[in-house]
Design a protein around this ligand. Structure first.
Ligand code: HC1
Ligand code: SF4
Length: 581
């Protein structure tokens, strides 16, 4: 332990701590911009590039030797004295922001990050009242080449957070510094369009970008257009992770469950039917558990990898093309849902599938690119038409003038709105594996899992890489669970080297799973938010009457009336897909 002083407050702090970390203990706020310290998500950005956290180091002998240092990377030492509130420190911090603003498009009104932008809130916090220097500006065209991510290099402040998320956490290596000095920004090597890079569209770079240099491609207007077309029957489905995060956009505590309010809001917006992607998740488990048992009993390729995360699918296609035999062939739940909406649901309700528009509300940016994949769009009748993120849904609710926090609860429509606890937990890392195990266990052993026996604790928690064993009858099933593509890489390398000991591997591209998705409300560097969403997902599971996918009566009816056997011929044709190198 060492003794230091911050603004005359004496503190005893552990050795090795930075001034910024020590300042929290003193209850002093030092503003930051490039800095990220997300312990739960293992994401640390300590580039010290923005200089917004400057503080004054006091020389007790000679004040003229005081110096300014960035507090995020300067370690405290015994006897150190720091002032965060001198005119020199305050001016230096404000100047850093003013210089960034001097080369920043002055378009806050229309910026997609308006009121969510960390540069904007810093300008307010630091009392910047004019942009003193205006001169030459960068003027790069926006990259709108992909269906998923928009890159606006003019708004890049070179904090390198996206680069850390992409290269260190996701190990994708797409983003790096380009150009020098005034013209520098972060983008794919040689500044090729995003669509030509190996980007997975996981959106983790978007989630951490403090400005609007990286945002999702907005598709809200397409939804309004569909809703206003009297010839269209517009159905909407909501992913499991939306209900535990949407409330944050309306000032609610992270982890508040807003399922009922969300359904009411969607009905008021004019959707013809409001359904739940959880139905598609239960359907996925019927197919995936059947596929797993088939592979296990017939000595086919194992481990079987889950396939519901489209960013992860892109990752394996780009980075491990020789392993494309091992992911499950199941389409993802929201795509399965789209297929069923345009076939079974259309037939049952005498609707022309060409007039049905399926909208998916997803916590994910990659789902936009997934819905546009050629093998899924070959037959437009089999897919999802528009994907919007949780944030875009929040924007639409506001646009519609709906006072979200005052809404009463409503229920999803039927039949595609019946769901179970197993499908809710898809929203968190470990959830797909747990849902699959609940079903595989009962199908293999013929025994019922009663009460809380459905909870497989060893598969739970937010850790990025989990290894667990579950006993199913006389078999031990080894399960690997990765969230974050860097963790996925670890498990895939084991497979490539012939060292994998798993029968099932679940992979989600985003740290924490879909609850930490690139399209979720911005966590602004607070990883407690993702943890609270996870707790809410587990609560929602516990509150459900039915907790196993194969108990979903509407799903069972769908097989009886339309699909035939799980993993049978018709189910295969409609609910399975293939992957491409
Ligand atoms: Fe997910 Fe999924 S859980 S991928 O993890 O399988 O996005 O939320 O909708 O499709 O169900 C995401 C979440 C989501 C699908 C399901
Ligand atoms: Fe990297 Fe993911 Fe961003 Fe693509 S979306 S650049 S893979 S972090």
């Amino acid at each position: 332990k060492i003794k230091i002083k911050i603004n005359d407050q004496e503190l005893t702090v552990p050795e090795g701590i930075t001034i910024l970390e020590a300042s929290h203990e003193a209850g002093v706020k030092i503003p930051t911009l490039c800095h990220l310290d997300l312990h739960d998500l293992q994401l640390y950005n300590k580039t010290a590039s923005c200089r917004v956290c400057m503080v004054e180091l006091v020389d007790s002998q000679d004040k003229s030797r005081n110096k300014l240092v960035p507090s995020c990377v300067t370690k405290a030492y015994d006897g150190m004295a720091v002032r965060t509130d001198t005119i020199r420190a305050i001016t230096a911090r404000r100047m850093a922001v003013e210089l960034l603003l001097s080369n920043h498009p002055n378009e806050c009104f229309t910026c997609p990050k308006n009121l969510e932008c960390e540069l904007q809130s810093l300008a307010e916090e630091l009392n910047v009242r004019e942009i003193r220097w205006e001169g030459e500006r960068m003027n790069y065209p926006k990259d709108v080449s992909s269906d998923a991510i928009v890159k606006d290099a003019n708004k890049c402040i070179y904090c390198r957070r996206c680069e850390t998320a992409c290269n260190v956490i996701q190990t994708c290596g797409i983003l790096s510094g380009i150009g020098r000095g005034f013209e520098a920004f972060v983008g794919p090597a040689f500044n090729i369009p995003m669509v030509e890079s190996s980007c997975t569209y996981c959106g983790q770079c978007v989630q951490v970008c403090p400005t609007a240099a990286l945002t999702e491609m907005y598709h809200t207007d397409k939804v309004w257009e569909a809703l206003s077309d009297p010839d269209k029957h517009v159905v909407v489905q909501t992913a499991p992770a939306i209900r535990v995060a949407l409330g944050e956009l309306f000032g609610m505590e992270a982890g508040t469950i807003v399922t009922g309010k969300m359904v009411t809001a969607l009905k008021r917006m004019g959707f013809d039917a409001v359904f739940d992607t959880d139905f598609g998740a239960d359907l996925t488990i019927m197919e995936e558990a059947s596929e797993f048992i088939y592979r296990l009993e017939n000595n086919k390729t194992l481990p079987m990898l889950t396939s519901c995360c489209p960013a992860w699918v892109k990752f394996i296609e780009h980075q491990f093309p020789e392993l494309l035999e091992i992911p499950s062939t199941c389409k993802s739940p929201h795509i399965m849902f789209g297929t069923i909406a345009k076939t079974y649901y259309a037939e049952k309700n005498n609707l022309d599938p060409d007039n049905i528009v399926v909208v998916s509300i997803m916590p994910c940016i990659a789902k936009k690119a997934e819905a546009a994949r050629p093998e899924l769009t070959k037959d437009k009748r089999n897919n999802v038409d528009i994907v919007i993120t949780t944030r875009e849904l929040g924007a639409m609710i506001k646009e519609a003038g709906i006072e979200f926090d005052h809404l009463p609860d409503s229920e999803f429509d039927r039949p595609l709105g019946e769901t179970t606890g197993a499908s809710v937990i898809f929203g968190t890392t470990g959830g797909v594996a747990e849902a699959a195990v609940r079903t595989a266990y009962e199908w293999i052993t013929g025994e019922k899992l009663k009460g809380e026996d459905v909870v497989f604790k060893q598969l739970r928690g937010a850790t990025g890489l989990k290894k667990a064993t579950v006993e199913i009858g006389d078999k031990e099933i080894n399960i690997g669970i990765a969230s974050g593509l860097g963790n996925a890489r670890t498990l895939l390398e084991e497979i490539r080297e012939g060292k994998s000991k798993y029968e099932i591997i679940e992979i989600m591209a985003c740290p924490g799973g879909c609850i930490g998705g690139g399209g979720q409300p911005y966590h602004h560097g607070n990883d407690e938010i993702v943890r609270k969403r996870q707790e809410a997902i587990y609560r929602e599971d516990k509150n459900k009457k039915l907790r196993k996918s194969h108990e979903n009566l509407e799903v069972l009816k769908l097989y009886e009336e339309y699909l035939g056997k799980p993993f049978g011929e018709k189910a295969h044709k409609l609910l399975h897909t293939h992957y491409e190198e």
